[in-house]
Design a protein around this ligand. Structure first.
Ligand code: UDP
Ligand code: MG
Length: 318
């Protein structure tokens, strides 16, 4: 008989008052079932991380915690975004847990997959990635943009798991390593594959959000994707460099061409041509500077080494 591990389920919540009750109700059943099946220890817990919600989320978390000690929670001092909230939860949870599963509050991730994740963990995997089977429930736009994003990341040489979001099981060993990754531009999906260790993948049906609206509006999603790319790959900078080289070669050819045209006597009024060139070159230069600026901005943020989250309250610490 294997040792019964302490499991913590970490759930970042931002304005999730509409779903938190239901989520905890379903998790009670699940956890009790896992304890009965001797898969996890009695000390297992569900940890809500309130990412500075403006609604009633924190009050709900505290009352759920009072009703049932299976639940605990931490409150961040303000909204820091999903990735930082998740990191805060993982770091606090790993103090008491042997294994941690992260999932969203909105019940999109099928909690019945937890059984399979545990099975893979006990089979010797340190990380078990939850991967959605398909994107049938997504809008056409989200489907295509997500597909493009994952393909693009792969092309850039970033090792991420296709269609894996943040539903995953990690062992304490992995989280101890995660602690050494000090970046401020956090893109956890890209970091876990970097950490390594033996891993496996479980597939699940991703459902519709149980209630409430997505906390990832288009702009946030775009920022997230851009952060993911620029935090993990410097290929875009190289691309610009290559583009610059090609431009240089083209302009040399153009120089020779214009000289030839001049000396063979065809003095055409090349006004349009010159104006066009100026615009193209200026455009490319601005683009390049912008891109480089983006990376410098990243460096700037990293060098400040500001804390990535601040915990205001922890229900488990009286
Ligand atoms: N979330 C968070 N902080 C934020 C935005 C989102 O903690 O600033 C949480 C949110 O409460 C949810 C999870 O991150 O538990 C995923 O967000 P959501 O379900 O809205 O994203 P989607 O599934 O639409 O991509
Ligand atoms: Mg969701």
């Amino acid at each position: 008989m294997q040792k019964k591990e302490i499991l913590y389920i970490v759930i970042p919540c931002y304005n999730e008052e509409e779903v938190i009750r239901e989520t905890s109700k379903r998790l009670i059943k699940k956890i009790n079932h896992l304890i009965d099946a001797n898969l996890i220890s009695l000390k297992s817990k569900v940890m809500f991380v309130d990412d500075g919600s403006q609604d009633n989320t924190w009050n709900l978390i505290t009352s759920i915690h009072k009703e049932n000690e299976l639940f605990t929670g931490i409150l961040l001092s303000r909204n820091r975004g999903h990735q930082n909230a998740l990191l805060a939860g993982l770091m606090v949870a790993k103090k008491d847990a042997d294994i941690v599963i992260s999932m969203d509050a909105d019940l999109q991730d099928d909690i019945n997959t937890i059984d399979e994740m545990l099975k893979d963990y006990y089979a010797g995997n340190e990380i078990v990635y939850g991967v959605r089977k398909n994107r049938n429930k997504d809008s056409f736009f989200k489907k295509t943009s997500a597909h493009f994003f994952y393909k693009f990341m792969k092309k850039l040489g970033v090792d991420i798991i296709y269609n894996h979001a943040d539903y995953r099981l990690t062992s304490k060993k992995v989280l101890d390593e995660l602690e050494n990754f000090n970046e401020v531009n956090l893109f956890l999906r890209g970091i876990f594959p970097l950490i390594g260790f033996k891993h496996s993948i479980v597939y699940y049906e991703r459902k519709k959000r149980y209630a409430g609206k997505s906390k990832y509006p288009f702009k946030k999603m775009l920022n997230f994707a851009f952060d993911g790319i620029t935090s993990f790959s410097i290929k875009p900078i190289r691309l610009v460099l290559n583009l610059g080289l090609i431009m240089l070669i083209i302009s040399l050819i153009m120089l020779i061409y214009s000289l030839v045209v001049k000396f063979t006597g065809h003095t055409v009024d090349g006004w349009a041509f010159i104006v066009c060139s100026i615009w193209i070159v200026a455009g490319i230069q601005t683009l390049a500077i912008g891109l480089i600026g983006e990376y410098i901005g990243k460096i700037y943020n990293e060098t400040k080494r500001r804390p990535r989250y601040i915990i205001e309250k922890n229900l488990s610490e009286k």
